[in-house]
Design a binder for this molecule. Structure first.
Ligand SMILES: Cc1ncc(COP(=O)(O)O)c(C=O)c1O
Length: 364
């Protein structure tokens, strides 16, 4: 099989499987071994921190991007002059759902539109004023692969006195990320896409100066300064991003997540970006040569590794037909996405495009 579905779920790497087995063996043989298990969660936190050039203390362990977003949303105040959250139409729906749910607590939403599969920075500019508390932006648009200019967004948000929350799920692992030089306030990602992991774990970076001022209402004993003090009537948030930890961490998923992120950190997001841009170029040009209709940027440097081809029939049926031909694509709405990764070859791309042209041709 040729996996071209990294925008949805990466394939299983040998070292990732071994990590999962290490946990299962420990559970079977030692029955309960909390110290090393919790240590494994710390190693996963540190590996994520390495990926984004942060300190591990500035990273919280979450269960999903939805939870990370809800943790941030619940820690903001909406009863002062800054009661507005700017959200784009390119967010993964889950992020939009979380912000909408916070309207009940007073949050006012202002939507930034998607035009031609992309978002213009000017639209953010127009949406900003001194009522905005936070801009919630995705780095990569899951549908078209459009990649936002984060530096411009940080400048715009901070220039208007607002915070910036970034969902980097569609880019992390294929785009070098330095949260410190970027000066982003919050950054969240899960692990099952380009980070070679599985569902059930996600990470949230929170800038130190902000973290200590925030009191999350999505919380629990692992978000406390002394999680093992067992004082039910004391609420004493841990310092920094750790206050965004919640309950018993996702231990088995942490084993898997670390192993996946180690692969990415070893290969290196700079090299991965360079190679996936070449693969994107081939997808764009090869798609054009085969007469495939596509949405999203023409310039590989302005997109994630995911390339979206428009399906005139049922995209999920197209995905199933591709699978019969040995190619795993990813259907989303009216498109089928082809998302290679560092291990993909030009030949993989060519074969995937041939299969796609055959499937789409049969549907026309
Ligand atoms: C950009 C982006 N954000 C969030 C999600 C989902 O987040 P969660 O971890 O809450 O399922 C996805 C995809 O599945 C995504 O592509």
């Amino acid at each position: 099989m040729i996996p071209m579905n990294n925008c949805s779920q990466a394939p299983q790497a040998i070292s990732v499987r071994e990590a999962a087995e290490r946990y299962l063996n420990s559970w079977r043989d030692d029955v309960m071994d909390w110290e090393p298990w919790i240590e494994e969660v710390e190693l996963a936190r540190a590996e994520f921190a390495r990926l984004i050039n942060a300190d591990a203390e500035d990273v919280a362990v979450c269960s999903s991007v939805s939870q990370a977003t809800a943790s941030v949303a619940g820690a903001l105040e909406y009863d002062g002059p800054r009661d507005t959250v700017v959200v784009s139409q390119a967010e993964f729906p889950t992020v939009g759902h979380v912000w909408q749910a916070h309207q009940r607590l007073g949050a006012k939403l202002r939507w930034v539109p998607v035009e031609g599969g992309e978002i213009s920075v000017d639209r953010y500019s127009e949406a900003l004023d001194n009522s905005v508390a936070l801009v919630s932006a995705c780095h990569g648009y899951y549908q078209t692969g459009f990649k936002q200019d984060l530096e411009a967004l940080v400048d715009l948000a901070h220039g208007a006195g607002a915070l910036l929350f970034v969902d980097a799920y569609q880019t992390l692992g294929t785009h070098p990320m330095d949260v410190q030089s970027l000066d982003v306030d919050f950054l969240a990602s899960g692990n099952l896409k380009y980070l070679m992991g599985t569902p059930g774990i996600a990470f949230l970076y929170v800038r130190r100066e902000i973290a200590d001022r925030l009191e999350p209402n999505v919380t629990g004993w692992f978000g406390q300064r002394h999680p093992y003090s067992f004082e039910v009537d004391v609420l004493d948030f841990a310092a920094g991003a750790r206050r965004f930890d919640t309950g018993t961490p996702p231990i088995s998923n942490a084993y898997i997540a670390r192993a996946g992120m180690e692969i990415i950190n070893e290969v290196g997001p700079v090299a991965i970006r360079e190679w996936t841009e070449q693969l994107s170029r081939r997808l764009i040009e090869g798609g054009r040569e085969r007469g495939l209709d596509r949405i999203g940027p023409d310039d590989p440097t302005r997109k994630t590794p995911s390339t979206a081809f428009v399906c005139t029939g049922d995209s999920h049926m197209a995905e199933a037909m591709l699978r019969e031909r040995g190619v795993i694509g990813s259907a989303r709405g009216h498109v089928v996405r082809m998302a290679p990764h560092f291990y993909s070859t030009m030949e993989d791309v060519d074969r995937a495009l041939d299969a796609l042209a055959e499937v789409f041709g049969g549907m026309a």
